[in-house]
Design a protein around this ligand. Structure first.
Ligand SMILES: [Zn+2]
Length: 68
């Protein structure tokens, strides 16, 4: 399961290993104005789903997205 991590400063995107990804929403922080938001729960969209290019905050939300 691949997600791309987005750095908060700058636009660099980097593929990261599964165990570096936040698994649940409650590990994620709230999005500040102008920052990407998770398409599922609205928290900070720290990652980008590889298949859909949607912003997501955690693996749980990615799975929710994949099921839809
Ligand atoms: Zn989320």
């Amino acid at each position: 399961m691949n997600v791309k991590k987005k750095h908060r400063q700058g636009n660099a995107i980097q593929l990261i290993a599964h165990d570096d990804v936040k698994e649940r929403c409650w590990d994620q922080i709230k999005a500040l104005p102008g920052e990407p938001r998770c398409v599922i729960c609205g928290l900070y969209g720290e990652y980008k789903c590889d298949e859909t290019e949607y912003d997501i905050c955690c693996l749980e939300c990615k799975q929710t997205l994949s099921v839809k």
